[in-house]
Ligand binder design. Structure first.
Ligand code: ADP
Length: 222
């Protein structure tokens, strides 16, 4: 299964891809996490992307395309992958199609988690992440005064600089302008699975599982 999990910031991509990697035993390739790891490690690439990320803007296409090209050729992605955060522009999607064609592969499905702007803003303003493993938690502003440690690895929880309200609004605008056109792009390829991302986490998970099972059956009977 070569999958893309798609949606605005805060749509629940990371949460759902965590379930999918367990079911399909394929890696999740989350570009935002990869870039934050570069920043933590203090690499040249990390320095290069910092400004874009903190402003809630997109990192230039060619940089992202090169990162994904290298990542998709790693052995763990041989039997499939879930892309989270890539592609984010039509130019990235075209480049992805080209690189997969060269590898004799293709995207099987694009899972689109549809969520309203107000719900996205609400979710992101309460989102806290672990500094080391990126696990995500939600706290109200009252609870945020004394944050617990991460239950996965004991790391410190913090609010990502780009989850601050003024930056969140910019990220959603950037999504609508540059990334939403991919809905038509993948619809035209008959690959888009359009889901209600506002259901409970388990219900979204169930819907994704049903649709992917349907795809597999379809592929088997062809
Ligand atoms: P979210 O999905 O919550 O918006 P991510 O963690 O996926 O956040 O991405 C954080 C930031 O990393 C983005 O706002 C952007 O600056 C950068 N980024 C990640 N993936 C891409 C991409 N494919 N193209 C351009 N910029 C990207």
């Amino acid at each position: 299964m070569n999958l893309i999990i798609f949606g605005a910031p805060g749509a629940g991509k990371g949460t759902q891809s965590a379930h999918l990697i367990e079911i399909y035993r394929i890696p999740a390739i989350a570009t935002g996490d990869m870039l934050r790891a570069q920043r933590r490690a203090g690499t040249a690439l990390g320095d290069q992307v910092k400004g874009y990320m903190d402003r809630g803007e997109l990192v230039p296409d060619q940089l992202m395309i090169d990162i994904i090209k290298e990542r998709l050729q790693k052995p763990d992605a041989r039997d499939g992958f879930i892309l989270d955060g890539f592609p984010r522009t039509v130019a990235q999607a075209r480049a992805l199609d080209e690189m997969l064609t060269q590898l004799g592969r293709r995207i099987d499905a694009v899972i689109y988690l549809r969520v309203s702007r107000q719900v996205l803003i609400d979710r992101l303003s309460h989102r806290y992440s672990c500094r080391t493993c990126e696990a995500v938690y939600n706290f109200t502003s009252d609870q945020a005064h004394s944050l617990p440690r991460c239950t996965v690895d004991g790391g410190e929880l913090y609010q990502r600089p780009d989850d601050k309200p003024e930056i969140v609004a910019n990220r959603i605008d950037v999504f609508l302008k540059h990334t939403a056109p991919l809905i038509d792009y993948y619809n035209a390829q008959h690959k888009l699975e359009n889901l209600d991302g506002q259901m409970l986490v388990d219900d979204v998970r169930g819907d994704i599982a049903r649709r992917l099972a349907g795809l597999r059956k379809g592929a088997g009977s062809r």
